[in-house]
Ligand binder design. Sequence first.
Ligand SMILES: [Zn+2]
Length: 89
Amino acid sequence: MTQCPKCKSTDVITDLTVQASGDLPPFVIVSEPAPADKPFIWIAKSERSYFTANVCGACGYTEFYATNHKGLLQGHKNGYKNKSIQPQP
Ligand SMILES: [Zn+2]
């Protein structure tokens, strides 16, 4: 049974998929940096993860869990970098 770390309620709704209004739910991604001698055709390896959420039904406190945390960690250890969000023109 999951307990809310804020209010200690056990009315926590677990494993909810985090959704967005676009085609894909929110995600995080780490990608292989381009090598200095990048070939003409080169595609960065990457690891991405979506999230699930645990929501406390009593107070609304929410925790997010990355579904691909192992892949993210491996990518991070391999030197993959997180892309920052670029403002749209
Ligand atoms: Zn709570």
